[in-house]
Every structure is written in structure tokens, then in C-alpha cells.
Write a protein that binds this ligand. Structure first.
Ligand code: LFR
Length: 488
């Protein structure tokens, strides 16, 4: 076992960060060296203003963070990149063709129709094992055909792969993120027959790269500009942020479910092989690939997006909202409200979230939340209810005897959310680490460079030792209360 540091570039849908982990015998320290906002941009495209990611801005902030990491480390061995899934850039001869679309841009409806005309939703599920999300890459590509850019593009790169390419000049498609595109069969191969049927080029995405393999070293001009050693390795990690997060959950997959809660709440279990059944299709459960070939059998719940988008609206309204204060007030509310369906597609796009939530209630003749704190309460209560339902479904569909639930990511710091989830499930919730994604990122690249060793459970026990989770026990009285169904 060597000593040294590895850096993680972790790009989330609301913010990005650069973290450094210091490894040595019995040592794992994680520190943040940079944090920056991820502010998407609306750009007029001749017809409408479309929502894009500001990739050059993100790359600029991430590489400045990497330079800072280099200054702070005495032996920076490697860097790994992870981000949200499904989105991609088109390239021609190495140059990016326009800014990547944001998955929340509403161009995809036409893409969904175009794909389902060729392949029904059940057929598609049997091929790729993915839950239906209107923004999965396959639908985005089908929608993209109308733009004409597909005719000139010679390749496509997923977001972390694009950053890796800008750092090293090497192209590849990392496996865990590739598994979110809808273009891989459940056996892990590109579904070339499907691509052909959809009129998409079979070789649009470069070959699959496994997590834990070296991508390359920094391009000399990149290293020099950032003041970094040219020998620093750019290592493929589990580049889908959720795959990195799940890799670092201090859990026993045979008896635990997880909720990776950031912008999204990804709720499920980890399995040795996919579950692709009529029941799992109906429940809209996905089989995405995790580190070390494990399967993340999970469902996307809307997540903290509901809260962050609500706070953004309050700010636009001139109300300076303090989340901590609002949550404290929300915890005191005793007025009963029905829970709303957090999965409703009406909550996907950016915009006035509290307004949409209120109309969800009034349209059904239900008492709607009126105050800021009431809105926060119904969001947290509804998320907890959706989390509990998804945990129960994951357990049932996979035959896992779930005894406890791990909550990682930003949501693990939300005490009301953790407590209400435990209450609704009647199971203990183990909260933390908050930086599971960055930890999963650095652990996979540290292992590739001999800074740690062990299988996935070995890596998880390191996390458990170093970042012991906080326990929330279910409160019996509330656990017995049936979740109020919105339709009743
Ligand atoms: C979480 C996440 C989810 C994915 C969604 C969109 O950050 O990666 O796993 O479904 O973002 O990419």
C-alpha cells in the first residue's frame, strides 16, 4: 500500500466540486478544494430558448479546482470525473458542436414518440432494463435528429467522458454512465440492432471503458497551463454520480436498501444481476450498472430538486428563504396534508415549483399548503412517502429482506427527511456520508493505483469506519399511520 492523494471532479446538477482524498496506511481524509455553481443557460436556437449546460464554464471551474488540488498535494497521483447521467455532447473531428442540452429541456417529447413508434415501451425495457424517464439518452438522440447536427457529428461523449477527453485527448464511454443511455443491452453490449432500427449510427459513442482503468495522462498543454505534473493519471471511475455514490454506501447489500439523495432521490437495492420482469417494468424500476459490475436496481424519485426549485421561486418573489429555518418550522406543523405524487412529470421542468404544487392539490379538491413552511412540509412529507414506497417495492421486486435504509448525499443532512422516512418505513435510517459520490469516485481511482485494496465491501467498510452514519429510529406512533393517499 502506497501513500498519496487522488482528486475527484464531481459535477452535480446544482453544483460541482473538486475534492482531494489523502490515502495512507489506515488513513482516508477527504477535503473539498473547490465548489462552484452549475447554472444552466437558456439559448435561443432560431425557434425557442432551449436549456443547455454551460460546459465550458464547468470545465473552467473544474480545472481551476484541479490546479488548486495540485498546489495543496505533495503527491497527487490521479484524478477521476463523475457527473449526472444521460446527457452528451456531439463532436466532429474532436470539436464540440454546440452546448449539450440539459435533460430538463422539454425537446424530448418528440423523441419519446419517435422511439416508441419503432419499439414499444415493453420491448425497450426487455432490451435495456431501464425505467422510463423521458430524457434518457435514446430519446434525446431521437429528438436531436431534427436539429441536423446528427448528420455532421462523428461522435458523442457523455459529460464525464467529455471532461476526460478535454483533459487527455482520449475518448471512451465509461460503463456505469453508458448503462443509463438506453443504448446498452442488459448483457452490457451496445444494442447495435436497436441503433440501426432508430436510424442512429452504431458507432456514435466510442468503446466502453471500465471503471478503475486509466484513461490517459494529462495533455502536456493542459498540465502546463494548470501547473500540474504531466504524469498525473486521469482514471476512469464509476463516472455516473449515482454509481459512485452507491459504491461508497457503508451497507450490506443483502439486508439494506439505499437512498442516494441529491437533486434526485435514487432509491433501491444493489444486486448481482438485473431484474427485468413485468412487475419491475410496471413499478418503473431501472437496472443501471454499478462499480465492480454490480446492478443498481432503483427508481428515480424527484428528490431535493423540489425543495431547491421552491427556494429559487421564493427568492424570485423577494423572500429570502433560509432552508434551515423553514425546515425547523415545517417540523412543527401538525395540520394534516395529503402527500402529492412527486413522480408527476409536471414537476420536472424548472420554474414556479410552489405554484405547481399548490395547483396539484387544488385540482384534486384537496387542502393546499399555504405558508412557506407548509409548502416545505408537504415536500418533505411527500418525498419521505415516495422513498418509503420505493424501498418497499425494491425489496419486494428483488426479494431482498431489507432491515435498514442508508441515506447518502445532501438529503442525509436533512433531519426531518431522514426521520419521516424512518417513520413511514418503520425501519432505521442510517444517514451519511454526505459526500458519498466524491468518496466513491476517489475510492475506485485510489484502488486502481494501489492506494487502497479490497473488493467493494472492503471499500465500504473503510467508509463505515471513517464516516460512521447517524441513526434515525422510527417513531412507533407515526410508523403505524398509513400514508395518506392523495386520491382518497
Ligand atoms: C443524479 C442523476 C440520476 C440520473 C439523473 C439525470 O444526479 O445522475 O442518477 O437519473 O441524475 O442524469
Amino acid at each position: 500500500i502506497r501513500s498519496g492523494q487522488v482528486a475527484a471532479i464531481d459535477l452535480g446538477a446544482t453544483s460541482g466540486r473538486v475534492m482531494v482524498a489523502d490515502f495512507g496506511p489506515g488513513r482516508l481524509e477527504l477535503e473539498q478544494v473547490a465548489r462552484f455553481a452549475n447554472d444552466p443557460v437558456h439559448l435561443f436556437n432560431g425557434q425557442r430558448s432551449a436549456l443547455h449546460w454551460d460546459l465550458p464554464g464547468l470545465y473552467g471551474s473544474a480545472s481551476a479546482g484541479l490546479a488548486e488540488a495540485g498546489r495543496q498535494c505533495d503527491n497527487l497521483v490521479a484524478v477521476g470525473v463523475d457527473s449526472w447521467a444521460v446527457d452528451y455532447a456531439l463532436l466532429r473531428e474532436g470539436r464540440m458542436l454546440g452546448l449539450p442540452h440539459h435533460y430538463r429541456d422539454d425537446r424530448t417529447a418528440a423523441g419519446v414518440d419517435a422511439v416508441h413508434d419503432q419499439l414499444g415501451p415493453v420491448d425497450l425495457y426487455l432490451r435495456n432494463g431501464l425505467q422510463f424517464l423521458p430524457f434518457t439518452t435514446v430519446y434525446q438522440l431521437a429528438a436531436e435528429k431534427a436539429s441536423g447536427l446528427m448528420d455532421v457529428a462523428d461522435s458523442a461523449l457523455l459529460i464525464p467522458d467529455l471532461i476526460n477527453y478535454w483533459l487527455t485527448g482520449e475518448r471512451g464511454t465509461e460503463r456505469t454512465n453508458a448503462s443509463t443511455t438506453g443504448l446498452l443491452r442488459t448483457d452490457g453490449q451496445w444494442d447495435t440492432a436497436m441503433l440501426e432500427r432508430l436510424g442512429l449510427p452504431a458507432d456514435l459513442f466510442p468503446g466502453i471503458v471500465e471503471p478503475g482503468t486509466t484513461r490517459g495522462t494529462l495533455l502536456p498543454d493542459v498540465a502546463d497551463r494548470l501547473g500540474l505534473d504531466r504524469s498525473i493519471s486521469v482514471t476512469s471511475v464509476a463516472s455516473h454520480d449515482t454509481a459512485s455514490a452507491v459504491a461508497a454506501i457503508p451497507m450490506d447489500p443483502d439486508s439494506a436498501a439505499y437512498i442516494s439523495c441529491g437533486t434526485w432521490g435514487l432509491v433501491g437495492v444493489e444486486l448481482p444481476s438485473p431484474v427485468v420482469s413485468r412487475e419491475s417494468w410496471k413499478a418503473n424500476f431501472t437496472n443501471e450498472v454499478g462499480a465492480d459490475g454490480r446492478i443498481r436496481f432503483l427508481h428515480n424519485v424527484m428528490g431535493l430538486w423540489l425543495l431547491s426549485e421552491t427556494l429559487r421561486q421564493y427568492e424570485r418573489d423577494g423572500y429570502r428563504a433560509d432552508l434551515g429555518e423553514l425546515l425547523a418550522q415545517a417540523a412543527e406543523i401538525t395540520t394534516p396534508f395529503a402527500v402529492f405524487d412527486t413522480d408527476d412529470a409536471m414537476f420536472l421542468p424548472p420554474g414556479d415549483m410552489p405554484g405547481r404544487i399548490r395547483s396539484w392539490y387544488t385540482e384534486r379538491g384537496l387542502r393546499a399548503p399555504a405558508t412557506h413552511a407548509e409548502v416545505v412540509r408537504v415536500i418533505v412529507e411527500s418525498l419521505a412517502s415516495a422513498f418509503a414506497a420505493a424501498v418497499r417495492q425494491a425489496a419486494e421486486l428483488s426479494g431482498t429482506a431489507v432491515k435498514r435504509v442508508h441515506m447518502v448525499g445532501g438529503g442525509s443532512q436533512n433531519r426531518l427527511l431522514c426521520q419521516l422516512t424512518a417513520d413511514r418505513l418503520g425501519l432505521p435510517v442510517l444517514a451519511g456520508p454526505v459526500e458519498a459520490t466524491a468518496l466513491g469516485n476517489v475510492l475506485i481511482s485510489a484502488r486502481a493505483h494501489g492506494l487502497v485494496e479490497g473488493d467493494l465491501q472492503g471499500l465500504r467498510s473503510l467508509v463505515a469506519d471513517r464516516f460512521p452514519p447517524q441513526q434515525y429510529h422510527p417513531r412507533p406512533a407515526r410508523a403505524r399511520r398509513e400514508p395518506e393517499l392523495a386520491s382518497s
